[in-house]
Design a protein around this ligand. Structure first.
Ligand SMILES: [Zn+2]
Length: 318
């Protein structure tokens, strides 16, 4: 990566740009590479009933189109994609007089893993690709490889052709099939997350007063382990915020509502003197003591966090 840093590049799909402009950019890419010294690889992956199909079309000017198909069962898509990339790049490197390889894919994250130097389970594939690329780059200083992202929803003509082929391809796996280690881990992990979600929905273990908040798409937040889970992602960066948020969400905080339940001899009215019971709802929506932030959607986690940040005295265990 240090020696050949100028020989490889990634072109990510610009989400802010209009689809037709991005498709036009890919068209221009094809035009500028329609020479016999460029190999254009367009790939697509589809998974149905645990059967992964990978199709690649290799375009080269003055040469017939080459189509390759790989299909397999019970592997993770990252593994399958990296394996297909290995085969396609291998094929392009072995062609004579190729100076430039252009890979157009809907799974650019798999392509990025080729250059990932950390330890991970699919490293045997990336190591094989890199050793092939080293030979390719050593052949001439002009040799290079480019990776372009092309999401399926763009429906770009070349990618649409590959996509059509992968849908038409029917394969019947010969049972019994081996299950890869990654796939087992993924299945286990999915099962556990589904169990979490189910328990979270039906169990009263989270407490009767648990405040169900919404994500930015206004769906109820569900447990997940990615990046520490959706809640900690939003407020885990600050200890004090984390404490207050947890107290507010579980309603386990010294406010009137709590005193009314556990210390009935104590005063439970709101210090604003406008409400008989200082409830969480009152604090969040009505109390004039905490009016530093107003947004009607306080049921979403991000607005809830904004409210707590701008009202540092709300929900403190004083
Ligand atoms: Zn009040």
């Amino acid at each position: 990566m240090d020696i050949f840093s100028n020989c490889f590049s990634f072109n990510l799909f610009d989400k802010k740009e209009k689809d037709n402009i991005c498709a036009q950019e890919l068209d221009n890419l094809v035009l500028s590479n329609s020479t016999p010294s460029s190999a254009l690889i367009v790939t697509d992956t589809s998974i149905k009933n645990n059967i992964t199909t990978l199709i690649a079309h290799v375009h080269q000017a003055d040469s017939p189109l080459i189509k390759t198909v790989h299909h397999t069962v019970f592997v993770t898509s990252s593994k399958a994609e990296l394996f297909a990339m290995r085969c396609d790049i291998n094929q392009a490197c072995n062609k004579d007089n190729i100076l430039k390889i252009v890979v157009i894919t809907d799974s650019i994250h798999s392509a990025k893993r080729i250059f990932d130097s950390s330890l991970y389970s699919l490293q045997s594939h990336s190591a094989a690709i890199l050793s092939k690329l080293r030979l390719f780059f050593n052949k001439s200083q002009n040799n290079s490889i480019e990776f372009w992202e092309c999401p399926s929803r763009l429906k770009w003509r070349f990618h649409k052709d590959v996509n059509k082929d992968s849908k038409l391809f029917k394969s019947t796996p010969i049972f019994p099939c081996k299950t890869s280690w990654d796939f087992c881990k993924k299945t286990d992990s999915n099962d556990i997350v589904n169990q979490w979600k189910m328990c979270f929905q039906v169990s009263d273990g989270k407490g009767n007063s648990f405040l169900d908040l919404l994500n930015n798409d206004y769906n109820i937040i569900e447990p997940s382990y990615i990046k520490g889970g959706p809640w900690l992602q939003a407020f885990g960066h600050s200890n004090s915020l984390c404490t207050r948020t947890t107290q507010a969400i579980t309603n386990h905080v010294l406010i009137g509502e709590y005193r009314l339940r556990f210390f009935t001899n104590k005063n439970f009215s709101c210090p604003c003197n406008e409400y008989p019971i200082e409830t969480r709802r009152h604090i969040l929506h009505e109390c004039r003591r905490f009016n530093r932030y107003w947004n009607p959607r306080r049921d979403s986690l991000s607005h809830f966090i904004m409210f707590l940040t701008l009202n540092p005295k709300a929900f403190i265990f004083d």
